[in-house]
Write a protein that binds this ligand. Sequence first.
Ligand SMILES: [Zn+2]
Length: 362
Amino acid sequence: MACSPTRVVTLAFLSLMPAFVCDSATAQVSGLIEFSESGRLQRGIPLVSLASEIVVMGRDGWLHSIDPLQPETKFKSLEGQYEPLSAPELRNQLRAEFGKDFEVVATQNFLVVQPLGRGDRWAKLFEQSHRGFVSYMSKRGVNVRQGRFPMVAIVFPDRGAMYDEFKKQKIDVSRVAGIYSNNSNRVMTHDGGHLTSIIATVRHEAAHQSAFNTGVHSRLNDTPKWITEGIGQLFEPAAVTTSTTASLRRQRANEDSLQVLKKSYPGKNNPEFAQAVMNLVSGDEMFADEDHVMDAYSVAWAMMFYLAERQPREFAAILKHTAMRRPFVTYQRDERRADFEEVIGMNPYEFSRRVSWFLESL
Ligand SMILES: [Zn+2]
């Protein structure tokens, strides 16, 4: 298992966010609409309308980006209220989408699409991961609400089939065992290898899905990556949701991240570690840097693990603060840093020292 540079796929509009303030450029669309995408008629509610892009939340939980200037784009307003699809409706839709070689297994929180005859191990894994997530967060005072949509997990028969789907959805990733896609709100993985080798990745992606569906993160705003990826990394070890005593803290640690940290930032209070913490607090660039992406995931893990284990009140507070920010607004560097200092109660350098001591104590 390995971290990957781009596990959470964000919408195109995030890069357009500064343009959102330009009201004169917006198309006038609101309320329930019907629109066509890939030749299929769908219903949804527009969340943001720009001259060149309308972002619509579909009844199935997808975030669609529609270009109103394209001649083939068709949409019209409808009477009535927006309602998410019920689990049986969504199940039927998934059956139609994936066809006779797949089955849809329903659990309390999930619809798992898998090749025929794979039993219930995937459904159990997703359900257990989600329950573990909810219990872990609740214990630390994090607000966890019931999601609006049944969570969908797609298990492809092998890597190739999974990558064909990524291509179809224009998801540009390589060397991954699975992803959570913010646009489709789905986890996608495959059953073509040994489950043990991809299980940590699946737990990581499932944690993203749980977080984005329970209000721990918002799907519509710009959450700092050290927070979203720190959460993903946090849930990779199985012991995170099964062992709760302080004496077993070491088992809850992400071993891969620990090894990366030891190698990249040896010793206590390494100034480069402090600099990495500062970089992650202020911006997401480190995640886009091929040479430092593993460091970014590992430092993000250390920051969130420290907060979760030692300062749960601040852990809950930073999650709440970032989830409540206004949607579709870019989170500027100065603001990220000022919010961090206010919510955590110290500057990033002081914080990095505490995280460093904590890592030494493991
Ligand atoms: Zn991730």
